[in-house]
Structures are given as structure tokens and as C-alpha cells.
Ligand binder design. Structure first.
Ligand SMILES: NC(=O)c1ccc[n+]([C@@H]2O[C@H](COP(=O)([O-])OP(=O)(O)OC[C@H]3O[C@@H](n4cnc5c(N)ncnc54)[C@H](O)[C@@H]3O)[C@@H](O)[C@H]2O)c1
Length: 370
């Protein structure tokens, strides 16, 4: 088993990474938590359908188990779902010493994490990520929250989990769209921090480049666990350096400024986070090229990689005016000045404030609108 330790201001916690760790999860929960009465599993209806029975069977032998089932989907990452979770926790008579286990993707992790942070002024929290995005990114580092009035993650707080359990085996039930999504985030790690990650993916995919099912084969490959581990280590280091997102942690927003604007413009249900980010990455690469930071033909290689990973390269029927308007609501805009994460070279991220609006506009028009 691989393990990464993360030291934050208020606590030190571990990320445990192993294929099939779920079978032996009781041991790890007992090792990390003592003297609690209730274990509350929060998961959505889709995950309950796939894993509910198995999770119940494993956990109920050792713990007093409570389950809260929420609706599946970004549009339910809202105040109504949060209210529902609070109501259930009240009904279950949950106390500060009890443990919430958030089983799911980034949506469940963010909302269950926020509920854990705020109910009773903070309940112990296990993040148990089940999508690629959640395993390599959202479960780590304590950002929790909900969307409000069509604005992403606008209500939230930092609340570090007490344990993260990462089982890459769970990714095998993801549908293709969600795998594509996850690759958007993995490419981000490769471009911003460690290009070896991209080489690793290319190595694995080499055998099945033209195979329609190549994405499933990539994640089923034994080495994929290692790619997940590399991304987790990067995120852990960043969080330790800049827990509250004032400096280096913003590098993780590479591709996200425009990605978030796209999600806001099109509606969270019509484009997935990873796909929006991968389009945002293309724009960020283009802006970096326009400023003379990156070689002109760099993006060609990345576009070839997008083909292998079935990542989107453009989007249609969306107006530039609307995207520019959405950009203004981004949290990364301070006092109406924009802020982008660009590359000053491969694996050399830089925070760029107040980028010329025409550069932004042109890069969006030229790179992703058809
Ligand atoms: N907190 C952070 O630091 C952070 C970082 C990045 C993204 N996020 C947030 O994460 C969210 C996106 O995360 P996501 O892409 O995981 O979305 P998600 O949680 O909606 O999961 C995507 C879909 O996959 C399904 N699913 C999850 N695990 C599965 C499995 N093992 N098998 C089959 N289906 C499964 C879900 O039910 C859902 O339908 C966004 O809300 C974004 O804002 C947060």
C-alpha cells in the first residue's frame, strides 16, 4: 500500500492508496479513529445503486452505520441538499465525535465535506473518492463547499479531512465520459508539475491507440495506480506549502479560469468539469504562446494527446460575449482584474494578473469556439 502524509495547520492526515483497499477498510478506520458511536456514509443514489450493498456489508459488521443518500449531479451541489444532510444528521443524533465518510466524486466530497465542517462546528471526516478527479484532486486539501445562484463553489470553507482512502479499483465502474473528465485533471498535473505523468499515459496507451475502448484499458492497467499516486503526491506538496490558496496552490487552477466560465455559461449540467478544464487548458496554452512563454508548436503535441484521450478540442453554439461576462464572476478575479495561471515553459507555472482582454478573447475564439 502507498501512503502520503499531509501536514496542515490544524492536522496531519494520510492518504492511503491501494487497489482494492475497500475490502480491508475496517482495519484502517479502526486504526485512525477511536471512541466514536456513529459512522455516517454520505453517497449519491447512483453510487448507492452500484456500491451500496457492498459498503453496507463491509461496514455494518463493525460500526453503527447510518447512510445519507443524496441526488446525483452538480446541480444538486446546492443549499437544498446541504439542508437535507443537516436534517438527517440531526435526526440521527450525530455528535462531534462521530465520523462522516464521504463516498463519491467531487460533488459528494465538496458538499459532505462542507456539512462535516459546519455541523456541530465540525465532525470527523473521511474522504473516500470514487472518480479520477476526486482521487487526484478534490478529496485532498480541504476545499469544501456548494454552488449558489449559478456560481460555483461560492459558499464554502477549508476543512481538512482526517483520512483519505483512495481505491483506484473503484474507477472501473466509471463511464467513459467520467474517465475523459478525469484525464483533463491529470493532463493539468502533467503540464504544470511533472511531464513524466503525460509520458506515463502515452506509454500505457501506446498498446491500444486505435482501440475504441482504450480509455477503459488505460485505467485498468496496473500502472494507472502509480499515475494516481504521482498526482496525489503533487497535490499534497502544494497543499502543505499553501493550504489557504494564496500562492502556489493557485497553480492548480491552470485551465480553470476559462473552464469555470464555460461551466457557468453553458450550465453545470451541460458540460462536465474536466471537459471544461481541458478546453480552458487549450486557451491557457495559447495565451502562454502569445506572450512568448511557450514554443509555438507545443500545443500540437497536446492536441494529439487530446485525441488519444478523447478530450474535447472545441465547443459549438456558445457566444463569446456570454463567456466573457461569466469570466468576471470568477473568484480568481480580484477587484475586477483578471488572473490566469499560465506556463513560462513546461512545468513552469506562473500567476499572471490583468492579462489584456483581447488576448483572452482571441484565445477563446481561436481555440475552442466553432
Ligand atoms: N474541493 C476541491 O478542491 C475540488 C477540486 C476539483 C473539483 N472540485 C469539484 O468536484 C466536482 C467534480 O467532481 P467529479 O467530476 O468527481 O463529479 P461527480 O462527483 O459529479 O461525479 C461524476 C459522476 O460520476 C459518478 N460516479 C462517481 N464515482 C463513480 C464510480 N466509481 N463509478 C461509477 N460512477 C461514478 C457520479 O455519480 C457522477 O454521476 C465539481 O463540483 C468541482 O467543483 C472540487
Amino acid at each position: 500500500m502507498k501512503s502520503v502524509e499531509i501536514k496542515t495547520l490544524n492536522r496531519k492526515y494520510k492518504v492511503l492508496i491501494e487497489n482494492n483497499i475497500t475490502g480491508g477498510i475496517i482495519y484502517h478506520i479502526k486504526e485512525n479513529f477511536s471512541n466514536f458511536n456513529n459512522l455516517i456514509v454520505i453517497l449519491n443514489d447512483k453510487l448507492y445503486g452500484i456500491y451500496g450493498e457492498r459498503i453496507n456489508k463491509i461496514l455494518c459488521t463493525s460500526f453503527k452505520l447510518n447512510t445519507i443518500i443524496i441526488n446525483d449531479g452538480e446541480k444538486y451541489k446546492n443549499i437544498d441538499t446541504l439542508k437535507y444532510i443537516y436534517q438527517q444528521l440531526l435526526k440521527m443524533n450525530i455528535h462531534r465525535n462521530d465520523v462522516i465518510l464521504s463516498f463519491g466524486g467531487g460533488v459528494t466530497g465538496d458538499i459532505a465535506g462542507f456539512a462535516a465542517a459546519t455541523f456541530n462546528r465540525g465532525i470527523k471526516l473521511i474522504q473516500y473518492p470514487t472518480t479520477i478527479i476526486a482521487q487526484v484532486d478534490s478529496s485532498i486539501g480541504g476545499k469544501t463547499g456548494i454552488n449558489f445562484k449559478n456560481t460555483k463553489n461560492i459558499i464554502g470553507c477549508f476543512y481538512q479531512p482526517h483520512l483519505i482512502v483512495t481505491d483506484p479499483e473503484l474507477l472501473k465502474t466509471l463511464d467513459e465520459n467520467e474517465i475523459i473528465n478525469g484525464f483533463g485533471e491529470i493532463i493539468k498535473y502533467g503540464l504544470v508539475f511533472d511531464y513524466q505523468i503525460i509520458d506515463d499515459i502515452l506509454n500505457i496507451s501506446g498498446n491500444y491507440k486505435n482501440d475504441e475502448n482504450r480509455l477503459f484499458k488505460i485505467i485498468e492497467n496496473a500502472d494507472f495506480e502509480n499515475i494516481i499516486y504521482k498526482c496525489i503526491k503533487i497535490k499534497a506538496e502544494i497543499v502543505e506549502k499553501d493550504e489557504f490558496d494564496l500562492n502556489e496552490r493557485q497553480f492548480l487552477n491552470f485551465g480553470h479560469t476559462i473552464g469555470h466560465a464555460l461551466e457557468k455559461t453553458i450550465g453545470f449540467d451541460n458540460i462536465n468539469h474536466g471537459q471544461a478544464v481541458s478546453l480552458g487548458i487549450l486557451c491557457a496554452l495559447d495565451m502562454s504562446e502569445n506572450l512568448g512563454y511557450l514554443k509555438r508548436d507545443f500545443k500540437k503535441d497536446i492536441l494529439a494527446l487530446y485525441d488519444i484521450l478523447k478530450l474535447p478540442k472545441f465547443i459549438s453554439k456558445i457566444s463569446i460575449k456570454k463567456i466573457m461576462k461569466s469570466l468576471k464572476y470568477d473568484k480568481k478575479f480580484t477587484s475586477s482584474k483578471n488572473r490566469f495561471i499560465l506556463l513560462k515553459g513546461l512545468n513552469k507555472p506562473v500567476i499572471y494578473n490583468n492579462l489584456n482582454e483581447n488576448i483572452v478573447k482571441n484565445s477563446i475564439i481561436n481555440n475552442m469556439l466553432t
